[in-house]
Write a protein that binds this ligand. Sequence first.
Ligand SMILES: Cc1ncc(COP(=O)(O)O)c(C=O)c1O
Length: 382
Amino acid sequence: MNFNQELQQELDALQAKGNLRQLPALKHDGRYVTVGGQRMLNLSSNDYLGLAADVALRKEFLDTLTPETFLPTSSSSRLLTGNFQIYDELEAELARLFGAEAALVFNCGYHANTGILPAVANAQTLILADKLVHASLIDGIRLSAPARCIRYRHNDLAQLERLVHENAGQYHRIIIVTESVFSMDGDRTDLRRLVQLKSCHENVLLYVDEAHAFGVFGPTGLGCAEEDGCIADIDFLVGTFGKAAASAGAYVICSHTVRDYLVNRMRPFIFTTALPPVCMAWTLFVVRRLSGMNARRQHLQSLGRQLRSRLEQQDYSTPSTSQIVPMIIGASADTIIRAEHMQRHGFYALPVRPPTVPEGTSRIRFSLTAALTEEEIAAIPL
Ligand SMILES: Cc1ncc(COP(=O)(O)O)c(C=O)c1O
């Protein structure tokens, strides 16, 4: 068998299990997508606040640009000639909004999560990570070798507490790694309890990924840490701009010293061309408006409650407490059939299968946005 045949054999095995992934050819039209000639309401977008579908907002932004200020590339790493002023402005604004010492911006959440941990961990570090953290964090943990990692059961903070107390004396440093809103289950972790746990030991640090919470939770949309009043207690507060903020990139809120250290040590920060300045300008434009978007946030949470209650009425138990609402079906093949049924009825809901979720928990993952209406949620053929 040659190389291509070997690969094909693996692909065939994935297909047989209903787990083959293919890139969908789709056309976007605001809240809708057209796939295979069929126009469907998009129920699978991370555009949580509906900003990516907001043409008026884009027009307002475009009015601020001229051919001279529209800068489509940074042409370099930030450490060379790519550090345009807009980066400093965005970071200063983030630090101000979060009431923190510093912020550092990255090209995406994947870079943040694969770069920060390897930069700060070493052989005397123990990483304690929730079992369901995002693949980007898992890759970051892998790249952190020789640091040791233990994965605790999802949201089992009693187990985490035991692990911390047992190991705090054995390691120079422990880093607890979690998401605030989990990307596949849509449930939240108890940040206050994590902060309390951290306060018991001097050598415990907290790393929280708010990719699905930034823009969505908190009185001014800064995330769950803002809602729970614990921004200052989190050592690495990470968020992304590709979801509710309708842009691209990611940030970490941290101390001046951590920021300086990452600038010197974090490979996905150092060895990459910085995002285009126009992208940063759009991010800053959106970030400055987030605090005024409570009506969108409340509408989004109300849609989440409505969908969860519809699922419960049909005897689905869903772990969700957010705008991410999984309908857990089990077998991949059944999940695909259900997703296709919804699509035939004009609702673009997508199946999520292993390895993204554990074997036997294939699901339809509804990812709601504030651009949807109650009538539309009521009409989803569950
Ligand atoms: C929890 C979480 N963190 C990080 C990322 C990666 O962020 P980005 O898309 O900006 O690379 C994602 C998904 O995109 C995510 O769900």
